[in-house]
Design a protein around this ligand. Structure first.
Ligand SMILES: C[S@@+](CC[C@H](N)C(=O)[O-])C[C@H]1O[C@@H](n2cnc3c(N)ncnc32)[C@H](O)[C@@H]1O
Length: 507
């Protein structure tokens, strides 16, 4: 049976800890030990996870190329249509060049370790004759581990040195001139020159700009906290549930992404993935699996993470409530309701249409806009209502007048809905889907609503007749004529015109 490298890593890790307990002066070792000895002793040795992250990166880089090709062909078409005015075109080209320089893409690898992933990307971008890789001109590699940083610097120094030697051999020509003879190196790879920056940073702490592609193969194994502060421990263990470092990474990630940036994050089935998905939802990040690899005890995944369209409105997005069907986000004084379901299309649109139909009524949240996110999930924006649920209102100390005022305001709204043939449902348990901002009440959550001749009033009256409300009437000395209401209710179903008679049953 195949054992995952992670499992082997754990075994190795335990024996390493033992050795390290004996001599644990890592900073001294940094000065004394040779870099050749770093790997596997102080610096994470690349394994299947490293390869998986690189494979995912290759897929994503090709996506970038594909998008570039589409953009280019669109630009070419536009240029062909406009080639009459040459001066205008020259200016345009200059502007385009400036724009292109500015729009050169930058990659950040957090926790670069031995540089396995970054080196392969570097080779791919600088050596492969793929015109669209020219889009990238900078790669920043970070790590929290000083040994890894020394290892990385050493590695990239020798990569660059080898590359220059190779170029000099293959591309050097003699240019003879009467006055001077020069050896000039024609650098075929000029276009693909990738600037490498190596930085010490704890996650994003020392990062000050946004990147187009952000990669992270984090420490993702769960383990109890260990007192021993060693670097292989930091490379492997991601906290008690394996996801502490990952959750911190996701928390800060949006600040370092442009609207169309991509991040690739690796984690394991052992890192409590549900908490990772929840965190990404919380930050309004979209995610989908790029690749995975399975072993006896675990599966390792790489997820592609992008920013939701909601970031176009503001960077300050906060998850207000997390539901099975949908999430509600708050952006300043606006709320966004977004579907979480892949299998249901049209529900959010239906809810938006119904609320839009009611936009002149003062008992519903005012809708602002409907949209579809990049993941095709529907959402709509509405004005946030700062209120409390009916349940919370009724549980607080109130008085008879306040309770009656709220009951009457809800009865008026429900009668209005009934007259418009909008059947909202869920009025038998309206504890959470009626908001109170005394003296007003708001009906929320129209996700199951439809146009129908059925009445909402019956459902709400059965709630008012139930045990929960009986205790409230008793507490606040409210009299409610249940017998009379049954007769009035029958009449209501026929014409919906006797709201006043219903109201009069409460004294
Ligand atoms: C699993 S290793 C991956 C190394 C390399 N990227 C690879 O794929 O082979 C995790 C790396 O993240 C680094 N690391 C751990 N915590 C970090 C943090 N908070 N900030 C930056 N790097 C961190 C570790 O030092 C280690 O080099």
């Amino acid at each position: 049976m195949k054992k995952s490298k992670c499992f082997l890593k754990k075994l190795f890790f335990n024996s390493f800890l033992f050795n390290n307990l004996v001599s644990n002066d890592s900073n001294n070792n940094l000065k004394n030990d040779s870099i050749d000895n770093y790997l596997n002793k102080y610096v994470y040795e690349p394994a299947e996870d490293s390869q998986l992250l690189f494979d995912a990166t290759k897929i994503i880089l090709n996506d970038f190329s594909y998008n570039l090709k589409i953009n280019n062909s669109n630009n070419n078409n536009n240029n062909n249509n406009n080639n009459n005015n040459t001066n205008k075109n020259k200016n345009k080209n200059n502007n385009d060049n400036n724009k292109n320089r500015k729009s050169m893409k930058k990659i950040l690898e957090i926790g670069g370790g031995s540089g396995f992933v970054s080196e392969k990307i570097y080779e791919l971008l600088s050596e492969t004759k793929n015109e669209s890789y020219n889009l990238f001109n900078e790669m920043t590699i970070t790590d929290i581990n000083p040994f890894a940083l020394k290892y990385l610097k050493n590695k990239f120094k020798s990569i660059k040195k080898n590359k220059t030697i190779k170029k000099n051999v293959t591309n050097t020509i003699n240019i003879t001139n009467k006055k001077k003879i020069t050896n000039k190196t024609i650098n075929n790879n000029d276009k693909n020159k990738i600037k490498i920056k190596i930085k010490k940073s704890n996650l994003f702490k020392n990062i000050h700009k946004k990147y187009d592609l952000i990669l992270f193969n984090p420490p993702y194994l769960p383990s109890d906290p260990l007192d021993i502060d060693d670097w292989l421990n930091k490379a492997l263990v991601g906290g008690k549930k394996g996801n502490e470092v990952i959750l911190n990474f996701i928390e800060k990630l949006p600040c370092f992404m442009k609207q169309n940036s991509i991040s690739l994050l690796l984690f394991s089935s052992l890192s409590s993935p549900d908490e990772i998905f929840k965190k990404m939802d919380e930050k309004a990040l979209l995610y989908n699996k790029i690749n995975e690899i399975s072993f006896d005890f675990e599966t390792i995944y790489v997820y592609k993470i992008t920013k939701s369209k909601l970031y176009n409105y503001s960077n300050k997005i906060r998850l207000f409530s997390h539901g099975k069907k949908g999430n509600i986000y708050k952006i300043k004084n606006v709320a966004v309701k977004k579907s979480r379901r892949d299998d249901v299309i049209g529900n959010i649109k239906m809810e938006y249409d119904i609320l839009n139909n009611l936009k002149n009524e003062n008992y519903i949240p005012k809708v602002i806009k409907f949209g579809k996110d990049y993941d095709q999930k529907e959402y709509f924006l509405y004005k946030f209502i700062k209120g409390e649920t009916l349940e919370s209102f009724l549980n607080k100390k109130q008085n008879k007048k306040r309770i009656l005022k709220i009951i009457i305001s809800i009865l008026i709204s429900i009668n209005n809905l009934d007259k418009k043939n909008i059947w909202k449902k869920e009025f038998n348990h309206p504890y959470k889907n009626i908001l109170i901002k005394y003296p007003r009440s708001y009906l929320i959550d129209f996700e199951r609503a439809s146009f129908s001749k059925k009445t909402n009033m019956n459902q709400f009256l059965s709630f008012l007749k139930g045990n929960y409300m009986s205790k409230i009437y008793e507490k606040y000395n409210i009299s409610f004529n249940k017998k009379e209401i049954e007769i009035i209710e029958k009449e209501y179903i026929k014409n919906r015109n006797n709201l006043n008679e219903i109201i009069k049953c409460f004294k």
